[in-house]
Design a binder for this molecule. Structure first.
Ligand SMILES: [Zn+2]
Length: 194
């Protein structure tokens, strides 16, 4: 194994398998120690494949790009003018997602783009997920990530149709979620995906 793969394998061990608070705390500690925001396309692809998340099929990637949902140039910035007249430059991260999940009590399916929120845009804590802030940028609020927002929203909708109330119900939910993002997801969102 090359050094990069060794570091990745080490990191992989720390990614939580449950929503247990202690697991989240040790993941937050690992993220602090690794001092890394994201593992790039290559590293993220490996981490996801170890989690059992395969690469999206080429036909899906074509749909995501041709639908005009994703900018082709990687990270983009947008200027945001605040009410007090200050100008902020923010990075736009956009995910395009197709999903189809089903349980005994119903089915939720759709396709949609999801953009990240503005830093500091008022959002509450998720009832389901926890974000972790890599120490490189302590001011970045990873609850604003497009991936975090999508999964939080989806689980909220699943809760409405009674899919997530308890372990038994959750165990009966199955389906597919396919996602394309215009840049590699941060380490907080890798934890969310798992
Ligand atoms: Zn993220």
């Amino acid at each position: 194994m090359d050094r990069f793969t060794v570091v990745l394998a080490d990191f992989f061990e720390s990614i939580p398998l449950s929503l247990d608070l202690r697991e989240w705390e040790s993941y937050a500690r690992a993220i602090g120690e690794f001092r890394i925001d994201n593992f790039g396309s290559l590293g993220t692809g490996l981490l996801l494949s170890w989690m059992g998340v395969p690469a999206a099929p080429p036909t899906f990637r074509e749909r995501a790009l041709q639908g005009g949902f994703l900018p082709r140039l990687g990270r983009l910035t947008a200027d945001v003018r605040r009410g007090d007249g200050t100008l902020w430059r923010r990075t736009r991260v956009i995910s395009y997602i197709e999903y189809n999940v089903e349980g005994p009590s119903g089915r939720i399916q759709g396709q949609e783009p999801q953009e990240n929120a503005y830093q500091g845009e008022a959002i509450g804590d998720s009832r389901w997920l926890r974000a972790t802030n890599p120490s490189l940028n302590p001011f970045a609020d990873r609850r604003t990530c497009s991936e975090f927002r999508f999964f939080d929203n989806l689980i909220e909708r699943m809760a409405h149709v009674g899919m997530v109330g308890d372990e038994l119900k959750r165990g009966k939910v199955h389906g597919d979620i396919t996602m394309a993002i215009n840049c590699p997801p941060c380490v907080s969102c890798i934890g969310v995906v798992r």
